[in-house]
Ligand binder design. Structure first.
Ligand code: MG
Length: 156
């Protein structure tokens, strides 16, 4: 068994859709980034890579690579799952927390979407959200942060 942790933070920007856990969330602003800036999926990817000691999201999907411009982070997650499997691991479960002052989020849809890409049951993916209570950058609605942990087991 191997555990990994991931953390990510993106600032809001005008004129982009807000995508969290592969789900488009109705909101006037999106997140700034090279890909679709899906902060939750990025945290999950780094947790998976960390658990398998496979480096970081920035190493595998550099923001200087035009192939990843505007790409859905679910595509990056698919590739991460492939790398993790190739290294000899299966995903046991993932848990995560989004820190956002707003908007209201449909966490179950995100968990189902991520579980589908991870190849696990929806009950093996946790997506939670916490309000920063108006404190700090997230509290000022400057962006959204996400943390994730992933547990892997060796394939038989
Ligand atoms: Mg990111």
């Amino acid at each position: 068994m191997r555990v990994g942790i991931g953390y990510d933070l993106h600032g809001f920007v005008e004129g982009r859709p807000l995508v969290l856990g592969g789900v488009e969330v109705p909101y006037p602003r999106g997140l700034r980034g090279h890909s679709d800036a899906d902060v939750l999926t990025h945290a999950v990817i780094d947790a998976l890579l960390g658990a398998a000691a496979l480096g970081t999201i920035g190493e595998h999907f550099p923001d200087t690579d035009p192939r990843y411009a505007g790409v859905s982070s679910l595509v990056l997650l698919d590739e991460t799952v492939r790398l993790v499997a190739e290294a000899g691991y299966l995903v046991v479960n993932v848990d995560s927390v989004i820190t956002a002052q707003e908007p209201r989020l449909h966490l179950g849809t995100m968990a189902q979407t991520l579980a589908g890409r991870l190849g696990v049951e929806a009950s093996s993916v946790g997506v939670k959200a916490t309000s920063p209570e108006g404190l700090g950058a997230m509290g000022r609605r400057e962006g959204i942060a996400a943390q994730a942990v992933a547990l892997l087991e060796t394939r038989e």
